[in-house]
Design a binder for this molecule. Sequence first.
Ligand code: TGC
Length: 417
Amino acid sequence: MTALTTTTSGGVGYRHILTQNAPDSLSPVTDPLDPADLLEIDRLFSPDELALRARVRAFVDERIRPEVEGWFAAARFPTELARAFGELGVLGMHLEGDGCPGGSTVDYGIACMEIEAGDSGLRSFMSVQGSLVMFPIHTYGSREQRQEWLPRLASGEAIGCFALTEPGAGSDPGAMTTSARRDGGDWILDGHKRWNTNGTVSDLAVVWARTDAGIRGFLVPSDAPGVTFLPIDDAWSLRAAARSELLLEGVRLPDGAVLPGATGLSAPLSCLTEARFGIAFGAMGAARDCFETALRHAVTREQFGRPIGSFQLIQAKLASMAVELAKGTLLALRLGRMKDAGAAGPEHVSIGKLANARAALDIAREARAILGGDGITSAYPVMRHMVNLESVLTYEGTQEIHTLIVGEALTGLRAFT
Ligand code: TGC
């Protein structure tokens, strides 16, 4: 016996009443099945984690959903939300001390998932701030650097960006040409960085540059003479984020600007590992929003005199989306538990980033198809998620790079070079 109902999470679902004909070994299920959690993955989260999820989900419902289509259309990052993110406790979430929230890695993942259910660009703001700016200061910074920047970054009073990629050095950051040279006790930085989320609204840039002693990281105030941020206005993706590039022309910095603990390419790559983990969880948030939107449409939209969700081809799409959503959420959670136990290496994170960015984009495309023509409009969030996920698939390591990282882990043989 089946009846359409609304689930506790607000989704649309079918109530399966198994009291009739249920074997004695099965307890009767009288609660509605949640289509967004068919495998009851929620049971794998602690009560505190579920409470955090509810809190961030409510924030997304109240502060992001009502406005996000407008921000996206206007290509505007809502700077005014930065402090609200800070109050929510999601900036530098898994870092401890100096004003950081001190949560677990899984907490950080949950927050990424919920924020990205709102918009990948806003999750990008949060990821860059926490994983790519606060993490290197926390991990490689001096005491003075940590005390100066972390409390302000955690509260959202200050915004940071990360400058690694260059027009000529994307997948191969070791080919960077941005340089830092000594001039007396100072450093002089010259170069051109690209794809710096938050750049145009930032107070601080974590800049990676080539020195005589290898690649080093520098804390560059965004208003330092010689620093210019340019908006990347022609992007059709992540439009609710501040997509930027950065010109560094003879930027003079004191010796105290260098991150003392960061030498070599492994330092910026370790920051990417943090951010890539957030993507593994976050992408499932965007995917869930697409899936729930498509399911709601499928059971209410009628064609040929019946809901389109009653047709086998639509059910096949929905079933495939639900399977991928469940698999991806389990993968992200497993990765988070491994990382919290100190057992996740970069190659594990690559598996999560690769699989979940790809799955989320597939889910978004299927959802768009189920919505038909209306699916390309801003009446639904799906097309926005879909074009955002095109960036998510590419940034922080393309699917090709992550495939080769996994390939190397499997074979011991390196295919990049
Ligand atoms: P390779 O020799 O393999 O490694 C150099 C050193 O780094 C270590 N390492 C890592 N450490 C921590 N986490 C990781 N994920 C690491 N990957 C490598 C490695 O053990 C070695 O350490 P050591 O001590 O032996 O020196 O370096 P490679 O140059 O051969 O490159 C390998 C490759 C291709 C995997 C790496 O370069 C890579 O991951 N490329 C992709 C780069 C990428 O993701 N770029 C996107 C950056 S994100 C961005 O700029 C825009 S999004 C941010 C925003 O929105 O603002």
